[in-house]
Design a protein. Structure first.
Length: 451
């Protein structure tokens, strides 16, 4: 029995039974790797696939596989390293479709959906986790904490979750920024202090607790608002204890938010934390193409212009759209000139200089290294010891010491307050690695050439 052909037939059938988003997220990257003793072993990309396929798709998988093979199989889901070592259906709410619901002001922007969220290596896990939550709010990961630098698509993803839930259920979803939450809380405090207005308190609690899904953006802005932190703690507990879904975003991980109450950090760690990294070149090109395709002017952008923009606008998805708009506007001002590389360079000469300028030489190195290795500046300056973060951090320190001749104390300070002995160790380690790894040496030279 040809495993590839069997799985291809299975995927064709399953694709007809679930919606496109669910198929692309949960099934498109799977592969049948063995059939033995009535056990079908399936390779999946992430742990989240193992959990979701087992808990939410087991019946439809077994039924469809029986149609293909004529035999009942049990399913085992494995990751690639484990191999080395050994959508909701569209009609999930009944034949009549989505149930009716009363109007509720969710504050959601319906422009942001999963279908127009461009996925690449840097955000795939976040997007997959978000869809899992959207399909089963309050059941899969609660809370879902999404973090990463500004402009990488956190807000888009949060609105996409909310819009999916609203479209496919009768649940009440509320999207709010942390600033709005604090403002609402301050307002009820003012009213109660002046008039003993208990109605204001009741209205506040109804708004934030009589809901099924709370989506709160930029939770790091809760820092410094002690009383508001207390109220959010109470709101969180109320929702969580009633299995209501909580989705939170921040520009940094819970443990890296200073002056946030420890009990809030603990609760943020109860669920799943996912980070969104700056997009790599391929993802930036895909985003540019998607923006151009959806642009009502349908102006032709030559490939070299798109590559020029993707190469220079590296850390902020929002700025990619602004860059395209700027080029179009400049071409229009030039009497409708065709868009060329020379025109794009002229239109963006000041824009790119302003966006990539570094505060000092060390800051410039950190930015270049973070972009090269597709990790955030916050991660490089953090205490995280994951290899994918620690090695780039050591390379950045090495460049600052060897090529910029910066002193050890200053380097340590700029890298989040590291001790000068940590810098010395990092420099020595990279020197040792370079002696044995010519490819690494060439990679570092590429970064140095950009300084």
């Amino acid at each position: 029995m040809n495993l590839d052909n069997v799985w291809k037939s299975f995927l064709e059938k399953i694709k007809d039974k679930i919606n496109e988003i669910a198929y692309e997220t949960w099934f498109s990257d799977t592969k049948l790797i063995s059939l033995d003793n009535n056990v079908a072993q399936v390779l999946v990309p992430y742990h989240i696939h193992k959990k979701n396929l087992k808990e939410n798709y087991s019946d439809i998988i077994a039924e469809t596989f029986l149609e293909v093979t004529g035999t009942n199989f049990n399913f085992e889901y494995v990751l690639e390293d484990e191999v080395d070592n050994t959508q909701l259906t569209l009609n999930d709410f009944g034949e009549i479709g989505v149930p009716t619901r009363e109007h509720f002001e969710s504050n959601l922007d319906n422009r942001y959906t999963f279908s127009n969220y461009i996925i690449g290596k840097s955000n795939k896990f976040a997007a997959t986790s978000a869809l899992a939550v959207a399909e089963h709010p309050g059941k899969m990961y609660n809370p879902l904490f999404i973090y990463g630098p500004s402009g990488l698509g956190k807000t888009h993803l949060m609105h996409a979750i909310g819009n999916y839930i609203v479209e496919n259920s009768n649940k009440k979803v509320l999207y709010i920024t942390c600033d709005n939450f604090v403002s609402d809380f301050v307002e009820i405090c003012r009213k109660n202090n002046n008039n003993n207005n208990l109605d204001a308190t009741k209205a506040f609690k109804n708004k934030y607790r009589d809901i099924d899904v709370l989506i709160i953006d930029d939770i790091h802005n809760l820092v410094g608002a002690v009383s508001a932190q207390q109220e959010f703690f109470n709101t969180f507990n109320e929702l969580y204890n009633h299995e209501k879904q909580i989705i939170i975003s921040s520009d940094r991980s819970p443990d890296d938010i200073k002056r946030l109450e420890e009990r809030l950090k603990t609760r943020f760690n109860w669920g799943l934390q996912v980070d969104i990294l700056p997009p790599d070149f391929d993802l930036r090109m895909n985003i540019i193409n998607a923006k151009i395709d959806s642009h009502e002017l349908k102006i032709n952008f030559p490939e070299d212009v798109k590559e020029y923009i993707a190469s220079n606008c590296t850390s902020d998805v929002r700025k990619l759209e602004g860059t395209l708009t700027r080029v179009v506007a400049y071409a229009t001002m030039m009497n409708g000139s065709d868009i060329t590389l020379d025109l794009a360079v002229e239109a963006l000469k000041d824009y790119f200089v302003k966006t990539i300028v570094a505060k000092n030489n060390i800051d410039q190195v950190i930015q270049l290294v973070s972009s090269h290795y597709n990790i955030s500046v916050n991660d490089i300056k953090s205490k995280k010891r994951l290899s994918k973060i620690a090695v780039p951090r050591q390379i950045a320190m090495y460049i600052c010491r060897v090529y910029l001749n910066e002193n050890l104390v200053k380097i340590g300070t700029e890298f989040g307050g590291k001790n000068h002995t940590t810098v010395m160790h990092s420099v020595a380690k990279i020197k040792s690695m370079i002696e044995k790894d010519d490819a690494l040496n060439k990679e570092i030279q590429k970064i140095v050439d950009k300084i």
